[in-house]
Design a protein around this ligand. Sequence first.
Ligand code: SF4
Length: 668
Amino acid sequence: MSYCPSRFQTIRRPTLEVKVGAVGVGGTNPLRIQSMTTSDTQDVAATVRQCIALAEVGCEIVRITAPNVPAARCLRDIRAQFTAAGFGSVPLVADIHFLPSAAMEAVEHVEKVRVNPGNYADKKKFAVREYSDADYGQEMERLHEAFSPLVLRAKALGRSLRIGTNHGSLSDRIMNRYGDTPLGMVESALEFLRIAESHGFKQTILSMKASNPKVMIQAYRLLVERMQQEAMHYPLHLGVTEAGDGEDGRIKSAIGIGSLLLDGLGDTIRVSLTEDSVYEIPVARAIADKAMSLWSAPSRDAGTDSIDPFHFTRRETNVVQLGDSVTVGPEQPPRVIVRVGSTTRLPHALAQLSAGRLKDTPAEGILVDLDSAADLAVLPAAGAGRFLALELAPAVTADELAGPAARLAPGTMLVRTFTADEGAALGAFARLVQRHPLVLAAQIAPADFPGLDECLQQVGDARLVFALPLPSGSAGHAVGAYRQLAEQLLRLGSRAPIWIRNTAATAVQGDNSFLSKLLEASFLTGSLLCDGLGDLVSIETEADPARATQLAYNVLQGAGARISRTEFVACPSCGRTLFDLQTTTQRIREKTGHLKGVKIAIMGCIVNGPGEMADADFGYVGGAPGKINLYVGKQCVQYNLPQAEADARLIALIKEHGKWADPAPVPA
Ligand code: SF4
């Protein structure tokens, strides 16, 4: 692949080292963890307190917004007081939008300056106009003039820069030529990077953030490919913007950041949550530790990879019917399977999974262990709208099941691992599932496929699903092993669906916490879904089947693969925020969280919010202190509403646009 050495194991991309004060980023340095303060920058004492709190929980680089020159001037005192408190080695970064004058002030006081190439020295309103080559050339000259003083001053002072592109705030110039595409994001950064290089300045880090993990992943991949072509080797800062809070925010961040880290990209990360910044650090630490534990030297030729990593396309599959009404196939969202364990636990689990709160997010497949054919006699039915998946113990043979299998509901799935020398067993199970008719989930390690080719070609796809045996036995990571599985199916011409199994065996470090399980599921399932792979999903590390089901739906929602409730896009807040983002987000979530397929953005300020919320259906944006602007799409339809009225008006707008549904009554 042109953007990374391997998509099957994690080989770190070689980069230049950039010094952010005393902290090295890229090169041979570990992944660096960073975050941002949310206080008003001109409240120096509060900002210093937040810097200290972040540093004390392990934040290695602290960013502070500098929305104007007076705020940038305050960075001098913040730096001095932070150093006096014993944190001289923790670098500070100024976050700049629009104002070169603020950047020129900030660079005097802090170790790094982040500029947004979409609005640095640019107009605040998007204008639709054509740019001839001559116009474009003039714009480049204007940009050169505007950005060069900052580059030269940073060079003289030994500071570093970040060119931080955001999907939602690209310049008119870029939007008119490339649209708000990953390519546009990359070109936006390269314009600035070339100016820095023209001055011999190499202390630059780049980022390509978006609230949609798929867009963000594609943009970073494309950026690296373009830099390779121009022999540029700058480190990357990874992040998903407006990820939101709670489980959703963690999942979205882990999908976007984790997917890139698995491919060896990324040198510093920020997990943006709509929570107090200190809560970002343990999540970022866990993600970084998992990724670093996978860094390895190239160990083998893993073969080809046919996926186009720069454009999303879902892998084409056959339609497979599971149970009486669950269809898997190209027109269907990925289906959710929950693991229950032994057959004795099945009645209790079925009762639990039928509880009212799971109505909109049902477990469609129930996975139970089948230790012997005799257990089929006492197996309850899965119930309407569900199918049973029976994980067969190695000793259970197709012959033994031949008689009792007649009692199974059509579309029941038999799950069995086959090794390279088990062609005869595979053939026997294939005949069994055709006769009854059932579905076979064949778990085959990619390396074992060649031994089973002939048999698989005879079996055909009509009643087949594929998964990996666990543990996968792959020298790389589980995402790489699933990619290899997809390659084997392509080689065979098989269009059978792929089932992504998240089990304890896919865990990297044996960490049993819920956060670890959530991150593992996001890394594995999210990365594959963003590559267009995966038709069934199971999260099998949670003792509580209802909780595991919910987590599976949340990961599907985070990857944009199956939308089962309202999607919230909320900025993490910063010194520009005009209302309490955390309580507002929670309040709006309580009122609108049941709306399937509606996307609502909650943004702290007007300067940056409307651009950042990209493709939301409705927007709730801070317009002035105590005042809210409401948006439908990118159009502002209500200006400066008193905050007390804004929730009701937002709901009225959702109703006016036909996207409202009353919440389901809470079961007694
Ligand atoms: S949208 Fe939120 S995080 Fe972004 S600048 Fe405005 S207040 Fe800060």
